[in-house]
Design a protein around this ligand. Sequence first.
Ligand code: CA
Length: 241
Amino acid sequence: MSCVLVVEDEPAIAELIALNLRHAGFDVELAADAELAQLAIDKVLPDLVLLDWMLPGQSGLQLTRRWRQDSRTRSVPLIMLTARIDEADKIAGLDAGADDYLTKPFSTKELLARIRAVLRRRAPDALDTAVEIAGLRLDPATRRVTRRLEDKVREVKLGPTEFRLLHFLMTHPERVHSRAQLLDRVWGDHVFIEERTVDVHVKRLREALAQAQGAGFIETVRGAGYRLTQYITAPTSDTVG
Ligand code: CA
């Protein structure tokens, strides 16, 4: 589940955004000013920040600049929310390092669409970095997946969808992802694909991983979705309950 930090000083707007994001399957953290936002981001790095421009004390623009100068927060996806409609302000926001810009009032539908678009655009950032969990290694540069078992290294052969699915799960481990979330994050805009399709590819992925004693990496969380775990247990059933 993706976590969104919402920085907004007007409680009614903050609550409305939080409600809609939670309904859409996001985890939401709220912060009412720049100082509280800094405390929140120091504690947990969110997957995305929604940041109001006009805040008491330090502005959203100043906060964006500060975060973009810090290596830890430099690449956190960030959408600015503002009542300002001036072209110069929009450019200032984007120049400061915001990924997108949304002018109030906005519809929930548009907000969610922008969030998904930013998360998708940001995803390729991680495409070059190899990721390894409990001996399972996925290298996007060479498109190779291997499993280290004691002294031996076994190759895991995957189709392109299983590869993308495993990549997403490995870069978001230990979290439960619903089939709808996986469709959105792994398949992208292909809304015509049925959620059952996810089960089919999870099954194939497990079968491939089983060749390297790794079927237990992918857990089914009954009624909720799937999770990649480093704490491998006995193989679980194939579908979401
Ligand atoms: Ca405000």
